[in-house]
Design a protein around this ligand. Structure first.
Ligand code: ZN
Ligand code: ZN
Length: 277
């Protein structure tokens, strides 16, 4: 029987915006006891300033790098070829072992782009320039984009409440406000629990923005009531954070009533029990 600590499938490398080469990331994963490691590079987006942080539109070099590592680790660790598809991506997830659907960006009618998670300053600029200073109009628009992504039935819905990234350090909006919660739950209800896993993602914890994983407990509890399944990920960009704060993610899942999580393997999805933390 596998454990959640054997799977890490939301990961980045120097081929997009990560700090470790694919070889370094795979070696760190193997050393950490991971047996199912997935690469999920950021998909290409038609945003000029993001080109240094995403994969090129031609993903053949990315595929080749991942598949060569799959061979190198054959029999020791399953390497999966995944991709994190952005809501504004101009590439398809076809031909990958799995895909993570994530909303990171807003597009303005004048062709300008705004990232949700780049910095608090950019967050404020989006709120002011795109939504007239109304943070709840911004969170409504964010969750509308999440619902559209959910309708595409990704294998994993990425960091569903990414819009809360700066909430512990900046008072942009009240995440307990009824309008905010309704928008988040409407997006959650757009996910098909039979098609898509919701991720419990510790990425903002390793980067110092949050002390708890995505998503908020009320979202996790509603997802359990919907019969949904969860997967634990670190959204790692560094060889030192392959399994970052998995204990906290497991505790959050258990507190919401989950007793198992799903992992991805070379032979498909597998359920594993959540240990008591
Ligand atoms: Zn992401
Ligand atoms: Zn990511």
């Amino acid at each position: 029987m596998s454990t959640p600590y054997e799977c890490s499938v939301h990961t980045h490398s120097t081929l997009c915006d990560g700090k470790g080469t694919p070889e370094e990331m795979a070696a760190a994963a193997y050393a950490a006891g991971v047996r199912y490691y997935g690469f999920s590079g950021h998909s290409h987006v038609p945003i000029p300033r993001e080109q240094a942080f995403v994969l090129p539109a031609d993903m053949s070099a990315y595929r080749a790098a991942v598949l060569s590592l799959r061979e190198a680790y054959a029999g020791r660790m399953d390497i999966l070829l995944g991709i994190e598809i952005d809501n504004l991506a101009d590439v398809s997830p076809e031909g990958f072992d799995y895909w993570i659907g994530s909303v990171h960006d807003f597009a303005a009618p004048d062709g300008e782009f705004y990232a949700v998670d780049y910095s608090p300053e950019e967050f404020a600029r989006s709120r002011d320039e795109l939504f007239g200073g109304d943070a709840y109009a911004m969170t409504d628009a964010y969750y509308k984009a999440v619902a559209e992504m959910a309708a595409r039935r990704p294998d994993i819905l990425g960091h569903i409440d990414l819009v809360t990234k700066y909430g512990e350090k900046h008072d942009f909006f009240d995440a307990d406000a009824p309008r905010y919660r309704k928008a988040a739950l409407d997006a959650l209800h757009a996910i098909d629990p039979a098609a898509t896993l919701l991720e419990i993602n510790t990425g903002a914890m390793s980067r110092g923005w949050r002390t708890t994983p995505y998503p908020a407990q009320f979202i996790l509890e509603a997802w359990r009531e919907m019969g949904g399944r969860v997967i634990i990920t670190a959204d790692t960009h560094h060889p030192g954070t392959i399994l970052y704060a998995y204990d906290k993610a497991i505790a959050a899942a258990r507190a919401a009533g989950f007793r198992a999580c799903t992992i991805l393997t070379a032979h498909g999805q597998e359920e594993c029990p959540l240990p008591c933390i």
